[in-house]
Design a protein. Structure first.
Length: 206
């Protein structure tokens, strides 16, 4: 089954060049470069795929709303609610699993017990508390992952699956000590952002 252009599927609600608020877990780019981007380079740098640079690697917690909507005072309230909730969530370890071929990219599942879901609940709950149901909850249901490459055209998955079936790349553990708010955009090939806020979690990683 061919992979489909990821960006073609999102431009209806998130046009190219438009900044949206996103809540992310941002792994150390050097860990991603050495333990994931480098080892998977032969897979991700293929025709029709747009590899994610290590500095833009992210684990999405919530895709929220366009910048400027809600207004600054509402976003301030959301940030303070998230800050309060994160103060009661302990830092933790997340495990990035072996890459998989999915419908629109090369994706690593992320496992962290209930902790990532608690961050999702903190972010989405704060947004709903302040703005009601004005903005759709994305993603819902929550399935945490880290994308190594986006499909930017239709791509046959067969050679990708064959490569993965013989690779021996293992899992990667990363510390999660904060939740980050960014202003994020894409150009139909790459996702980039401006950092707006780091929200610390409580205590040392479990």
């Amino acid at each position: 089954m061919p992979m489909r252009d990821f960006f073609a599927g999102i431009t209806g609600y998130w046009p190219a060049g438009v900044e949206h608020y996103h809540w992310h877990v941002l792994p150390d780019p050097e860990i991603i470069r050495r333990q994931l981007a480098g080892p998977y380079q032969e897979l991700t740098h293929r025709t029709g795929l747009a590899p994610v640079q290590s500095r833009w690697s992210h684990i999405t917690v919530q895709h929220f709303a366009p910048l400027g909507r809600p207004a600054d005072d509402a976003m301030g309230k959301i940030i303070e609610l998230v800050r309060d909730r994160c103060s009661r969530i302990a830092s933790f370890q997340a495990v990035i699993g072996k890459a998989q071929v999915q419908a629109a990219g090369i994706v690593c599942p992320v496992r962290a017990g209930p902790s990532l879901r608690q961050l999702w609940q903190a972010a989405t709950g704060a947004g709903r508390n302040v703005t009601g149901k004005r903005y759709e909850v994305r993603p819902d249901p929550y399935d945490p992952h880290l994308t190594l490459a986006y499909a930017c055209a239709d791509v046959s998955d067969k050679p990708l699956q064959e490569w993965l079936s013989s690779c021996r790349i293992g899992t990667v553990a990363i510390p999660v000590t904060r939740l980050s708010l960014v202003a994020q955009r894409h150009d139909c090939k790459e996702i980039t952002w401006r950092l707006l806020e780091h929200i610390p979690l409580s205590g040392e990683p479990r």
